[in-house]
Design a binder for this molecule. Structure first.
Ligand code: SF4
Length: 528
């Protein structure tokens, strides 16, 4: 048995739920044992024994019938923010609470989550659903795409140094991504992608795809960064850097913090230094101090002066003050100009989050001596902290849908690409709004926190399975060469499941609006 035909034990199926039966009519491979069924939903072509699931754990052999194990996730338009309901499809027998109102098509949106995959791509997508919105005939093409070209861009709100730009990011020892350009208040990672999925060893590909599935499904994943930190990332949660949970995202860079709080510190201190790995601010030199007519303090800073009151590279990067490697803030002061500085001068040093702050007074030798911070100064430092947002890890799914997946939508793929660029088609991922990048292809980006739970799966090719939906006017669908023979209304879809089924799928209803998303079919620009 090769890796691709290994099967795991069939997870216990809830008999009260109606499985989605797939491709019963497919001819059995002659060499296949009689109790096996072949899954043709991806190139692996698993031969699955009775009572077992395929290599991806998405399909199983139940009594000789290939079934899709997970429910199809529907979005239900509601303002109810309660937990998502589990609703067996079109069945009041198994769910007495279900009021059978599935025909209210304007409140139901079929997502790609659990919709099944059609392979090869020239087959029409499993669900091509017609509906009416504001009196306009619409269609939504729904599928679980197989993505080899996909990655996650991760934004980690922290000042702390995670590692040098371009450094390898590892998961379970394998390289799965790299550190990319830092953004304002955040460190950025690029994880997964075709290079790690297909260009390295088999182990690298396997660990990459497992990492991507977990990260997309909002699970915690631990990474180590070469020459940097260990970081635990979970979408929508505070990152944990070297075992310490991050609390605050900086209010701004050192220069910005000086500008924001200059007036509030005026008269309370003779000098203020906001320590920052990138741009350290020095109030009396800074334009903010000049505007307030503050006299220079005579402080001489280490690092490279950029413009008045703005210093680069005052220390190395690290997990200390303001994302630097320092524990003692005085180490970034070179000296004091004896012609300007005077004993008794008051100095505030703070980090960009206010988590670190010290108060000093110059002695007769012009040496800063730490003293208890006055209450009015402490109040400003606390306000710096108050202005920091909670630190979060944000995970964006980025995928290329401009390849063969388009053939499941239309016989003339370039027309789909053009229609998307012309804003005739709304692209969603599990109902979450997807940003479509400009330029060629269909490169989409979606926030995993706005997608239903367990939106992502894997196949051992290796590749990521992710939901994608294309919504447009029926007339436009026809014009772009859509598979018109496969268009079915919601009632039909809900009764019979994917077009290649002979049974209705189970379904799970997700409260879309309660999850913070706009209603997918209300995002159509052509509907005004
Ligand atoms: S890996 Fe999954 S989708 Fe692919 S053939 Fe096997 S069971 Fe089907």
């Amino acid at each position: 048995m090769t890796e691709h035909t290994k099967t795991d034990g069939l997870p216990e199926l809830d008999n009260s739920l109606i499985p989605q039966a797939l491709d019963r009519s497919r001819p059995r491979n002659e060499r296949m044992q009689t109790d096996k069924v072949e899954c043709n939903a991806c190139p692996v072509l698993c031969q699955i024994s009775a009572g077992r699931s395929g290599a991806c754990d998405r399909y199983a052999n139940q009594d000789g019938v290939l079934i899709r194990i997970d429910p199809v996730v529907l979005l239900r338009r509601t303002l109810d923010t309660a937990k998502p309901m589990l609703v067996p499809f079109a069945s009041t027998e198994t769910n007495p609470d279900w009021n059978g109102d599935l025909l209210r098509a304007d409140e139901i949106f079929v997502t790609g989550v659990g919709s099944s995959t059609t392979y090869p791509d020239y087959k029409p997508a499993p669900f091509i659903v017609s509906s009416q919105v504001q009196g306009v005939d619409m269609v939504t093409v729904v599928t679980e795409g197989i993505f080899s070209y996909c990655s996650f861009k991760v934004k980690i709100d922290t000042d702390r140094y995670l590692g040098p730009e371009q450094a390898n990011v590892r998961c379970k020892g394998e390289v799965v991504g790299h550190v990319t350009t830092a953004e304002y208040g955040s460190q950025m990672l690029s994880l997964g992608g075709v290079h790690h999925l297909t260009g390295g060893s088999k182990k690298e590909g396997r660990i990459t795809v497992e990492m991507m599935e977990a990260l997309g499904n909002k699970q915690p994943v631990e990474f180590t960064i070469d020459g940097g930190s260990q970081v635990l990332i979970q979408a929508g949660k505070a990152p944990i850097v070297n075992g310490v949970q991050e609390q605050r995202m900086r209010v701004g860079c050192g220069s910005a913090a000086v500008g924001i709080f200059a007036k509030q510190l005026y008269g309370l201190a003779d000098e203020v230094v906001v320590v920052d790995d990138h741009i350290t601010g020095v109030l009396t030199e800074h334009q903010a101090g000049r505007c307030l007519d503050m006299p220079r303090s005579g402080i001489q800073m280490r690092g490279r002066k950029s413009t008045p009151g703005r210093y680069f590279q005052v220390a190395g990067p690290g997990t200390g003050w303001g994302g630097t490697d320092i524990a003692d803030p005085l180490s970034i002061i070179e000296s004091w100009d004896a012609d300007i500085a005077k004993p008794g001068m008051r100095l505030l040093m703070t980090s960009t989050t206010g988590e670190h702050a010290c108060w000093y007074v110059l002695n007769d030798k012009l040496e800063p001596v730490e003293q208890a911070m006055p209450a009015n100064v402490r109040a400003v430092v606390e306000r710096i902290g108050e202005n920091c947002e909670p630190s979060l890890a944000s995970v964006m799914f980025l995928a290329g849908a401009g390849g063969s997946l388009r053939a499941g939508v239309t016989e003339n793929p370039i027309r789909l690409t053009r229609a998307i660029k012309q804003a005739l088609v709304n692209v969603t991922c599990g109902g979450a709004p997807a940003y479509v990048w400009p330029g060629g292809g269909i490169t989409v980006m979606a926030d995993v926190m706005r997608m239903p739970d367990k939106s992502f799966g894997t196949v051992p090719t290796p590749a990521i399975i992710a939901p994608i939906e294309f919504s447009m006017r029926m007339a436009d669908y026809e014009r772009l060469g859509g598979h018109m023979d496969y268009v079915r209304d919601l009632a039909h879809v809900l009764k019979s499941g994917a077009w290649h089924n002979d049974g209705a799928p189970q379904a799970r209803v997700w409260h879309a609006v309660g999850e913070g998303n706009a209603w997918p079919l209300a995002q159509m620009p052509m509907l005004g």
